[in-house]
Write a protein that binds this ligand. Structure first.
Ligand code: GLN
Length: 261
């Protein structure tokens, strides 16, 4: 009772990806060689992983990686696991800016680095900077970088004083501090998820300070919660115009783009 096929029949959560992970086999290899018998070590490692998954540890923290856009990213417990919704920000930016021009782009609160690294990888002419409050997260982002990115540590704009940018992008924490959804996210860093009573504490800091750090005609692009678009548009109205709102691929309000007045 220890072949791949035996385990697959068990129907445990994520059993096929967990078997792939333990055996170092692709999904196709796994099914093609489903009479393979796991040795003792492999059985032990698999049962350890199954136990962790059953306790709610996200799969990405067991595999140590997560795909985002066209790249694979290292993730650790110091970083949020990249969400597919965040790929929307990349699409918006690629539609907005010209690949062949030289832009100064800033990713605030980069975490594992997905936004900055993806943009820099696709657009070698852009000068991309990325910040995070967490040095541990920045260390992961640096490993993920495929090209030169200027990483600096600090809270929001504290990390980039005296610099200005053509585009500032951020996927900041935006969950309300008593949101029931947080009970499903206990393994990810709370500081990357939660932002005060209405989830907007960090977004307010970013919107209020961004004008000082934007070049003439520069843009601010923010990811936000499904119910925050109206409030954010209101906050932007004072210093920004040409405000555009976007839904994610699930149909939820998810991003807002604005140009400095
Ligand atoms: N998108 C995250 C989630 O829904 C929330 C925090 C964030 O990405 N900034 O779990």
């Amino acid at each position: 009772m220890n072949t791949v096929s035996d385990y697959l029949k068990n129907g445990v959560i994520d059993i096929a990806p967990l078997l792939s992970l333990v055996l170092g086999k692709s999904n196709t290899e796994l099914y093609a060689q489903n009479d393979y018998a796991l040795d003792n070590n492999q059985q032990q490692q698999l049962s350890n992983f199954i136990q962790q998954r059953e306790q709610g540890v996200p799969f990405a923290y067991l595999s140590g990686k997560k795909g985002f856009y066209h790249l694979d990213f290292k993730v650790t417990k110091d970083t949020l696991i990249p969400r597919p919704e965040t790929e929307l920000l990349i699409d918006i930016i690629l539609d907005l800016l010209n690949k062949n021009q030289k832009y100064q782009v800033l990713d605030l609160g980069t975490g594992s680095g997905v936004i900055a690294v993806t943009l820099a990888d696709i657009n070698p002419r852009w000068k991309v900077s990325a910040t995070d409050f967490s040095q541990a997260a920045l260390n992961v982002a640096k490993i993920n970088a495929t090209t030169n990115i200027n990483f600096t540590q600090g809270s929001w704009f504290d990390a980039v004083t005296d610099q200005t940018f053509d585009l500032i992008v951020s996927n900041p924490p935006y969950i309300e501090e008593d949101d029931v959804y947080l009970k499903d996210l206990t393994y990810e860093p709370r500081t990357a998820l939660v932002s005060g009573e209405d989830g907007l504490d960090d977004i307010r800091i970013i919107i209020n300070n961004a004008p000082k750090y934007l070049n003439k005609g520069g843009y601010l692009l923010l990811e936000h919660g499904y119910n925050q678009q109206q409030q954010i548009t209101k906050l932007l109205n004072k210093a920004f115009h040409n405000i555009k709102t976007f839904k994610d691929y699930n149909g939820n309000d998810r991003a807002v783009l604005a140009q400095i007045k």
